[in-house]
Design a protein around this ligand. Structure first.
Ligand SMILES: [Fe+2]
Ligand SMILES: [Fe+2]
Length: 269
């Protein structure tokens, strides 16, 4: 099974740039590649920061661009740069009846859970009681293994500013998922604007760098310093034993074909 994770498109109104880069062009480039090569995916998960300033024209632009492509089944949540009410006005189908941008989706032998970590007035994330209870109820339902997606991570990664705006309430989150630990196969995050991988309390996780600006790897500074690199999205391959995550950069590449020399005793990669 294949899943595509796309995160942090940070769309701005048409015709404007974000720190000198063009989020719309980057989004189109990624969606074109997903349409061309990954339409067979079981899901396309957008893990928040859909827009940069949570303005309605940017959400409408996102909706209009998505409609231009043939894509896998789409699941979207919000990040700290979003505003749930404006998002919900443009994407009502991506809000649950309780008003949160969380959802459960069928992945055959697995269950996908997309969580909503958005919290008003802060760039950090958190869950209130209602969202934790929803999560607990989802985990208690059935016996399938779970793949979990969300914007903010509870993990501290050593980059000071990112760690200040991580997910708050780590212990409360852990208390809810710990009884189901054996069925949670992998956590997928956005928000950090870097490709990061590791494990949190023994659960493997991957952070996708996203489509726009990236955060410089600087363990000293208290502020975030941005760099311009290629847009990334993740191709996730899952079977009943293993999970592989490919962070994939969209760039102009020169393909170097290796033509095997069948007369040589051996050739190497
Ligand atoms: Fe972001
Ligand atoms: Fe974010």
């Amino acid at each position: 099974m294949k899943i595509v994770q796309l995160t942090d498109p940070h769309l701005v109104p048409r015709g404007t740039l974000l720190r000198g880069i063009d989020p719309e062009a980057r989004l189109r480039a990624c969606l074109a590649e997903i349409e061309a090569h990954h339409r067979d995916a079981a899901a396309l998960v957008v893990s928040g920061d859909v827009t940069d300033l949570a303005d309605r024209p940017s959400y409408q632009l996102f909706r209009d661009i998505l409609a231009e492509f043939s894509l896998p089944p789409l699941h979207i949540t919000v990040g700290n740069h979003d505003r749930r009410s404006v998002f919900g006005a443009v994407f009502p189908d991506h809000l649950a009846p309780d008003g949160y941008a969380h959802s459960r989706f069928d992945l055959g032998e697995h269950v996908g859970l997309l969580l909503d970590t958005w919290t008003k007035g802060t760039h950090a994330g958190s869950f209130d009681r209602l969202r934790l209870d929803w999560l607990g109820a989802q985990l208690a339902e059935g016996h399938k293994p779970v793949l979990m997606f969300m914007h903010h991570a509870p993990v501290k990664v050593g980059l000071k500013r990112l760690d200040q705006i991580a997910l708050k309430g780590e212990e409360e989150f852990w208390d809810v998922i710990a009884p189901f630990r054996s069925r949670i196969r992998h956590l997928f995050f956005g928000h950090m604007h870097r490709n990061v991988a590791g494990s949190w309390r023994g659960i493997p996780f991957t952070v996708a760098a996203g489509l726009t600006h990236q955060v410089m790897l600087d363990f000293q500074t208290e502020i975030v310093r941005h760099i311009e690199v290629e847009p990334y999205f993740s191709i996730i391959l899952v079977n009943d034993r293993d999970i592989v995550v490919h962070p994939h950069a969209i760039r102009d590449v020169r393909i170097i074909d290796i033509i095997p020399d069948t007369t040589a005793p051996a050739y190497t990669l």
